[in-house]
Ligand binder design. Structure first.
Ligand code: CUA
Length: 182
């Protein structure tokens, strides 16, 4: 029978189900249910999901806090854009700005110490993606995102934007330095 022709019997769905077809329906349905229940399961037991908090704020308020940290703890400048590299005290609140098309400043953290990392977008949606750790946060404008981070290994990590944010989205990349404990 071809799908191009109308079904010969009017009540075609009353025909008995082929065994193979039935088996596939059962397999597909079972898999759907497994995938469905994996979502809540993974949220609780999966280790890659960060529970983050978000608070409403404005770019002005947030910029002020970031600027204060930068003024106090800048250790050097990097790249052609002279982006400050900031080494704040271990365990403190650290601030990162996402904007077209830059992460500002560059943070330098110490391994084994816990920080409160704040991230906010100054304009529109960006995506914070820390590689190769694969930590991903959607950074919405109007909200200060807050997450607790404890870098475990010293090294240089990459921060890339993984939400398309315009013509220079691909250049919106930065670094995160993690230094060995002294
Ligand atoms: Cu910011 Cu893409």
């Amino acid at each position: 029978m071809s799908a191009l022709l109308p079904p010969p019997a009017k009540h075609w769905w009353k025909q008995p189900l082929d065994r193979v077809e039935g088996t596939w329906i059962v397999i597909a349905l079972t898999w759907c249910l497994i995938m469905f229940f994996m979502m809540p399961y993974w949220h609780v037991y999966g280790k890659q999901n960060l529970s983050n908090e978000a608070y409403r704020t404005t770019p002005e308020v947030y910029t002020k806090k970031t600027q204060e940290m930068v003024d106090k703890y800048t250790v050097r400048k990097e790249t052609a854009q002279e982006i400050p590299v900031v080494h704040p005290p271990a365990g403190s609140d650290v601030y990162l700005i996402a904007r077209l098309w830059q992460w500002w400043p560059i943070l330098e953290l110490e391994a084994g110490k816990t920080y409160r990392l704040h991230i906010m977008s100054m304009d529109w949606l960006h995506g914070f993606s820390l590689q190769p750790e694969n930590i991903n946060i959607e950074v919405h404008p109007g909200y200060e995102h807050l997450l607790k981070v404890t870098p475990t290994n010293a090294g240089t990590y990459s921060i890339i934007c993984n939400e398309f944010c315009g013509i220079n989205h691909h250049t919106m990349a930065s670094k995160l330095y993690v230094t060995s404990p002294k």
